[in-house]
Ligand binder design. Structure first.
Ligand code: GLV
Length: 326
């Protein structure tokens, strides 16, 4: 260690894969970690962050002004172990000169895989079929039994065409789907050409897609982006997939729209009031519900933890962050 090497206190707000923790510990910083898989309580977190130079945060922890102030003025960075950062009050970080980072890139494929899995599960009624077998009810192959919807020639409408949306489009194209997308701006023409992707307004996309998949960040602008009017404008044979953030969809409106047959089904990895799930969804056969598994592979979670640790170390070493937010 050189004489100028500044050792810092790093508070890790939840259990992360060991390689990420080892990187931090190996750099000789004081690492205070929460090693339980259940989320740390707010009071305990407020106590632990006092004196932190860096907070390595999980998306279950709200990093707001109160928490930043509890840490103290020496706090230099908040490094989220997630690509979504709606748990962090980024303006409050900026006001205090605290750098915020996230983990883009490393979870793109895992999340696109889960979105494609939900597309298949909903359109081919896989969870419903699995429930039938497990119910021990008698069943027999039948010409008209549990018929689903084929993907070949169907249109996938992507709401948000960043890295994950693009990765899902590649997968869907290989299944024979055509691609439409809405986004703040058109994507790089090389990507649009490769995917033969059509740039649409959200209204056009909702009205013309057989599967609508959400890939936009959550922010005040995207709160309930998919509400009663948007659900009504979808084809009644269409499916809605959400692997982004729960509150992008008005869950009560989704239940009502499903009830009225305004769409054919939904595949949800994220929920409006996570971990609560709207009770109206729980008994429906036309929805597939999975517990926020988008990035849940050993490889991906390890890559996320090590990227967050690399951000923390770079900032503590006085270098720029590797993947800053905004
Ligand atoms: C997971 O939801 C993430 O944002 O990384």
């Amino acid at each position: 260690m050189s004489a100028t090497h500044q050792l810092g206190k790093v508070v890790v707000t939840g259990k992360i894969p060991q390689p990420g923790l080892d990187l931090l510990i190996g750099a000789d910083h004081t690492v205070v970690s929460w090693d339980d898989e259940t989320a740390i309580g707010r009071d305990e977190l407020l106590r632990r962050v006092v004196g932190a130079d860096v907070i390595v945060s999980l998306l279950t922890e709200k990093i707001d002004a109160e928490l930043l102030d509890a840490a103290g003025p020496q706090l230099r960075a908040v490094c989220n172990v997630a690509v979504g950062y709606n748990n962090i009050d980024v303006p409050a970080c900026r006001e205090r000169g605290v750098i915020a980072t996230n983990t883009p890139g490393v979870l793109t494929d895992a999340t696109a895989d889960i979105a494609m899995a939900l597309v298949l599960m909903t359109t081919r009624r896989l969870a419903e079929g699995e429930r039938l077998i497990r119910s021990r009810e008698p069943w027999q192959w039948g010409m008209f039994m549990m018929l689903g919807t084929g993907l070949q020639g169907a249109r996938l409408g992507l709401v948000g065409m960043g890295q994950i949306g693009t990765a899902l489009a590649r997968r869907a194209k290989s299944f024979g789907m055509t691609i439409g997308y809405s986004n703040r701006r058109p994507v790089d023409p090389a990507i649009a050409d490769e995917l033969d992707a059509e740039y649409l307004s959200l209204d056009e996309l909702l009205a013309t897609s057989d599967v609508v998949s959400l890939h936009c960040p959550y922010s005040p602008e995207t709160h309930h982006l998919i509400g009663p009017a948007q659900l009504t404008s979808m084809r009644n044979t269409a499916f809605l997939i959400n692997t982004a953030r729960g509150p992008v969809v008005d869950e009560a409106a989704l239940v009502a729209a499903l009830e009225r047959g305004e769409l054919a089904g939904a595949g949800l990895d994220v929920f409006e009031k996570e971990p609560e799930v709207h009770h109206g969804l729980l008994d429906r056969d036309d929805v597939v519900l999975i517990p926020h598994l988008g990035s849940a592979t050993v490889e991906t979670r390890t890559a996320m933890a090590t990227l967050a640790a690399r951000n923390a170390l770079a900032i503590l070493a006085g270098q720029g962050p590797v993947t800053p937010i905004g």
